[in-house]
Write a protein that binds this ligand. Structure first.
Ligand code: NAD
Ligand code: PRE
Length: 314
């Protein structure tokens, strides 16, 4: 017996790392009857068609959303308000409209003002990604055992929220619900600040006098190499993240600068005890994070999604 897909038609606005991964995962798991994607340039449309992971690829966002039960904006956060305006008049009543933006409060504000009251707006952020972008960068397993945070505004239809949560679980993610403001504060420290540090340190190393660029690469083992991976992330996406989560990032940056000053003082004064104590504390935090990861995500997923769990284990 075959079961009906969760959504008859899914429209993906933007087909890069995240849109492409959703398309591949949804197709693999049979979550959508039809998947339509948009790509603005003819070259990208041709490439998306060639990849064969969507049923149709169209030029305009307004055309893609016609008759769709689920619409997901997979574009930089700074473009979401305008895209919501473009699609608003073509949305099917009762459709779920969502996004995947790395910032929530500003995106929710920018989109909500354009969306009609006949649709269910359920913003989302899959906390999973890589430094790559574009139509070839996506993969079906990206969301497996990763978190997807939903930030439904007050009064959002509970069934619509649950339906979107079920879609993300179908892609392998664990779902958590919180307010947009809390999301932005948490992600400012766990994702946005680390990216800013990586962008800074790679720039600093590059500009050093007395150390050549080839030496920076040649002698970078694990630590610095990881920073260079993060610093290779998409400039448009990250420009928009910092412009749209300004307050939370500046707050976390203030905390960070204070802590950096404390460590700077400890080094200057030769305070070995202070340094040792700090490093011991952060080691405990890291080990705690690993324990949470194992307890909460993997076993549960293994029971519910054997096909994806097998992929994840490969
Ligand atoms: N990259 C990550 O690690 C990651 C993780 C989670 C969430 N996100 C969020 O997902 C979103 C997409 O990021 P990505 O990594 O997939 O980027 P990407 O650059 O790989 O893809 C975005 C695509 O959207 C297209 N696009 C831009 N503006 C558009 C518009 N107005 N209409 C239609 N298409 C448009 C671009 O041409 C591009 O093909 C961003 O909001 C980002 O914050 C990214
Ligand atoms: O692993 C990476 O390359 C990422 O940067 C992924 C990452 C993150 O910071 O964790 C980046 C931005 C997204 O909004 C979510 C995930």
């Amino acid at each position: 017996m075959t079961t009906a897909p969760m959504f008859s038609k899914v429209a993906l606005i933007g087909f890069g790392l995240i849109g492409g991964s959703i398309a591949r995962g949804a197709r693999m798991q049979g979550l959508a009857g039809e998947i339509v994607a948009t790509a603005r340039s003819a070259a990208t449309r041709a490439r998306v068609a060639e990849l064969g992971v969507v049923d149709r690829v169209v030029e305009t966002n307004a055309e893609a959303v016609k008759d769709a039960d689920l619409v997901i904006l997979c574009i930089p956060v700074g473009a979401c308000g305008e895209a919501a305006q473009e699609i608003a008049h073509n949305l099917k009543p009762g459709a779920i409209v969502s996004d995947v933006g790395s910032v929530k409060a500003a995106v929710v504000r920018a989109m909500a003002e354009h969306l009609p009251s006949t649709v269910h707006f359920v913003p989302a952020h899959p906390v999973a990604g890589t430094e790559n972008s574009g139509p070839d960068s996506g993969f079906a397993e990206l969301f497996i055992n990763r978190w997807c945070i939903l930030t439904p505004p007050d009064g959002t239809d509970a069934d619509a929220t649950e339906k979107l949560a079920a879609f993300w679980r179908g892609l392998g993610a664990n779902v958590e619900i919180m307010t947009p403001e809390h999301h932005d504060l948490v992600l400012a420290v766990t994702s946005h600040l680390p990216h800013l540090i990586a962008y800074t340190i790679v720039g600093t190393a590059e500009e050093l006098e007395g150390v050549t660029r080839s030496e920076v690469l040649k002698f970078s083992a694990g630590g610095f190499r990881d920073f260079t991976r993060i610093a290779a992330s998409d400039p448009t996406m990250w420009r928009d993240v910092f412009l749209n989560n300004k307050d939370a990032v500046l707050e976390m940056l203030g905390e960070f600068q204070e802590d950096l000053s404390k460590l700077t003082r400890a080094i200057r004064r030769g305070d070995g005890e202070g340094l040792f104590e700090h490093f011991s504390r952060t080691r405990t935090i890291r080990r705690g994070i690993l324990d949470i990861g194992q307890d909460e995500a993997a076993p549960d997923f293994g029971r519910k999604q054997p096909q994806l769990a097998k992929k994840a284990a490969e």
